[in-house]
Design a protein. Sequence first.
Length: 50
Amino acid sequence: MKRAKKSLITSEHEISRLKDAIRNHWSIKNNFHHCLDVYFLQDASHKIAR
């Protein structure tokens, strides 16, 4: 797993609210891609990536 360092400028003072906002942003994208994976049967592939 790769790690990346990000710098943010924000007026938010509570780190927990900022963390939740970032996590919620990515959950929208992840949920959308999950729907696409199911629709196009990408998870049904039985090939093994090497």
